[in-house]
Ligand binder design. Sequence first.
Ligand code: B4P
Length: 186
Amino acid sequence: MGPPGAGKGTQARFIAEHFGVPAISTGDIFRANVSEGTELGLEAKRFMDAGEYVPDEVTNLMVRNRIDEDDAAKGFLLDGYPRTLAQVEELDGMIAYTGHRLDGVVCLTVDQDEIVSRLLQRAQVEGRADDTEDVIRRRQEVYLEQTEPLTEVYKQRGIVVEVDGMGDVDDVTRRVFEALDGLAES
Ligand code: B4P
């Protein structure tokens, strides 16, 4: 978890590779659907371009289908999901059904100014429609309103590790693995 630009997608790839599980990024799945012009993509695009969350029903169904695929049977890493309280509840139900459990929640913390600068930089490289300054600010607001409170829910379950997301990508990765080792030992 972490605000837009915290490095979730970046770190998710390393964590998933390390544990030999798929990284399931709701943002990536939405973007793939947008570029393929599917019905789901058309629906998601309206929300993403405005910096808003895609409705829970749409997102939950998509995740439910994805974690049901064979490659996720032995475990998976979720990147960008859950983002709302309704998604937390839905995820609990999904994994109760599949027989998985949540081992840990990695929360990346990054300064606001750094986030805006990272995303504006990505805008120049990738040209994502939601990486304009106004939309980035709206995404930050939505994150603070709807997603940040979720960390408290997972803290109460004792599975959160907070990791400083500032600095080089490699340094952040090292901190993530140290934090996960600490969680496994606790
Ligand atoms: P996401 O794709 O999850 O987009 P994001 O929040 O910007 O995170 P991302 O993973 O891309 O950024 P990262 O920090 O890795 O979601 C996009 C949209 O999809 C949402 O706004 C929403 O509309 C929709 N959506 C997704 N999930 C949803 C859900 N569950 N419910 C409803 N709607 C949902 O990287 C940012 C940049 O920083 C990159 O360019 C990277 O190279 C760079 N970077 C990373 N680490 C760095 C470091 N240490 N130093 C310098 N740069 C770094």
